[in-house]
Write a new protein. Sequence first.
Length: 141
Amino acid sequence: MKTLAILNGPNLDRLGKREPEIYGHATLADLEARLRAEFDGVARLEFFQSNHEGELVDRISVLADAKIDGIVINGAALTHTSVALRDALAGSGLRAVEVHISNIYKREEFRQKSLTAPVCVAVITGLGLEGYFAAVRFLLR
Ligand code: DQA
């Protein structure tokens, strides 16, 4: 059975409370429960959220050493700013799919640049939470 990591960056711990008109009403715990239910017996899913860049970098390093089968990452604001996150993904040798709940191309200009997208195999943006499911399905193929 494949092992995938679902990584979420800053402020995604506040899903459900944070700007629900953009990110919806489901919480991060809801997302985790739904993904676990959907892929029960099909994939091992590991979840990690942090508001801290270094913690995400450290986690990617551990996942790289463990040689897991792929990463689904919503780097949130770090997507647009973090060379460290990009380097961690690139250096991990792992296949990663970048997910955004909102469509970053319909939003402010500063969100339309992703530093991490070029080191991911794909980007899914604007499908809401469905993007995480699509990313997992893709990585399981
Ligand atoms: C986000 C989009 C980012 O621009 C933003 O900083 C987030 C969430 C999304 O899922 O739509 O925190 O990654």
